[in-house]
Design a protein around this ligand. Structure first.
Ligand SMILES: [Zn+2]
Ligand SMILES: [Zn+2]
Length: 488
């Protein structure tokens, strides 16, 4: 272990710096600005000399490795370069023609060569889908709540063939989405995004968290990731040591004891305040799993420390919205989401191109209500500046980390994570049998293709009360797509 040093940068990537927005050292990568010590394990390794904050450290190489792993999953089956070492990894031919040469045919399928790494691949989506009819039926059964066993029986499939189809359908959905995603990204110059997270299988306690970011008002979901790899990894670590490689893989021993049920305080202010106390009970404020937390490790695959999933998620999002002039990211009150977003967009935050707003509300709040009276409260060690309001039976609170005073009423009306939260709730309702199947509780891998299928269905097929899909709300399509359209 090198003493007095920050974890090594991975190329340009150095995420270890002061994360207090109002501190002059915010974003500074100069080691002189910090006290770095390794001698006393009970003390924080990094302390900011200006504000005294002690941000938890990350292994930059592990964040980068997770970013590549996510990008490979997002691009799986796309007509795009698949070389993890290549800068064109996951960039679809459809939207990045300049990155590729047409390179003859393989049977009746077009072959391409990547201009950067020279690797070649075929466009598996050219030509007709001969399995379209069967896959439409399979999807229709899935979306009407049938179990895998039931679908296999009805369609005379064995489970392996079922999952092969499911993976092919998911790849086709990713390919379909790529066209809409890129049109949305290209047509937009200012935007409100929302990031939300929840347990992938709320009744299984298997430690898998599902993170999704999308357009906040239409609910169009752009990117989603889980802190789980379907493959088994070696070098699992019980304690997170950011100076060790592969420290993002959690060991089976990390699981804590069942939590005592805590009495949640009444009222929104009480709950926001209690959340800060929970956060400070973590030994790493950015890792929700460093407080005694009960979960049962999946039987197969590997859990990733959530901070690595979250930082990589925003790093993957960043190039997609590079050309947007103004971006606001809403999230529920969770320092992991805040820190990851602020750290990844650190330069843009200082330029005021990107800002981050916490949004919390109770069930009685009517969306779009305008606040009458606003109370400002400074909370926590960070002295986060929250604005609270009430209307009828409902209460809502926001915390603008950009500290832009005078915007409180606007954000109290417009900032919202509702559409994204509903996206996740609907998934749990729509697929409740599948998600909660006892045999699946410790085998989350089978749900991963379903997430991409669900994202395509939600963005392109699902209609809200006004009979509009998220893609229609963004002006990307004139009409809702059907399940059959997805399989064409
Ligand atoms: Zn500081
Ligand atoms: Zn390439």
């Amino acid at each position: 272990m090198s003493s007095g040093k920050l974890p090594l940068a991975a190329g340009d990537l150095q995420l270890n710096f002061c994360k207090t927005l109002t501190c002059p050292n915010f974003g500074s990568k100069d080691e002189q600005d910090y006290l770095v010590q390794h001698t006393n394990p009970a003390r924080p390794i990094l302390v900011c000399r200006e504000c005294g904050a002690f941000p938890p450290l990350l292994n930059n190489h592990d964040v980068h490795a997770e970013l590549i792993a996510q990008r490979q999953l997002h691009a799986d089956g796309l007509c795009a370069c698949t070389n993890p070492e290549c800068e064109h990894l996951g960039k679809p031919v459809l939207t990045h023609r300049h990155c590729y040469h047409a390179f003859g045919y393989s049977g009746d399928r077009q072959r391409y060569r990547c201009k950067s790494c020279q690797s070649t691949f075929v466009d598996r989506w050219s030509g007709v889908n001969k399995k379209s009819e069967l896959q439409q039926k399979l999807l229709a059964f899935l979306f009407t709540g049938h179990t895998v066993r039931d679908i296999c029986r009805r369609l005379s499939l064995n489970p392996k063939t079922f999952y092969d189809h499911l993976n092919q359908i998911a790849a086709r959905c990713r390919q379909k989405l790529a066209a809409y995603d890129s049109r949305f990204l290209a047509d937009t110059s200012t935007g409100h995004l929302a990031s939300v997270h929840t347990a992938l299988q709320p009744k299984s306690d298997n430690g898998v968290q599902w993170l999704a970011t999308g357009e906040a008002h239409s609910g169009y979901v752009l990117q989603q990731d889980v802190n789980y790899h379907a493959d088994d990894h070696h070098h699992l670590t019980t304690h997170h040591d950011p100076y060790q490689s592969d420290c993002r893989f959690m060991s089976t021993h990390s699981a804590g004891q069942p939590q005592e049920t805590v009495v949640r305080p009444e009222g929104l202010l009480g709950r926001v305040d209690a959340k800060y106390r929970d956060v400070f009970a973590r030994s790493n404020v950015e890792d929700p799993y460093t407080q005694p937390l009960h979960f049962i490790y999946p039987n197969r695959g590997t859990l990733i420390r959530p901070q690595y999933t979250t930082y990589a998620h925003y790093l993957n999002l960043k190039p997609l919205i590079e050309h947007w002039q103004q971006i606001v990211v809403f999230s529920p009150q969770e320092p992991l989401l805040r820190s990851a977003c602020l750290s990844v967009f650190e330069a843009d935050i200082r330029d005021k191109r990107v800002s981050h707003v916490y949004v919390e509300q109770d069930a009685g709040w009517q969306p779009g209500s305008e606040p009458e009276k606003i109370d400002i409260v400074l909370l926590s060690w960070w002295r986060d500046r929250w604005a609270f309001t009430r209307r009828g039976d409902g209460a809502k609170a926001i915390c603008d980390h950009g500290q832009n005073k005078g915007q409180e009423a606007y954000w109290l009306t417009h900032a919202s994570c509702d559409a994204l939260k509903k996206y996740q709730q609907h998934f749990h309702q729509q697929f409740s049998l599948l998600v909660n199947e006892p045999r699946r509780r410790l085998r989350p891998g089978g749900l991963l293709p379903l997430l991409d299928i669900y994202r395509a269905w939600h963005n392109l097929c699902w209609q809200d009360r006004a009979h509009l899909t998220p893609a229609q709300r963004l002006g990307l399509t004139e009409r809702p797509l059907t399940l059959a359209d997805l399989m064409l």
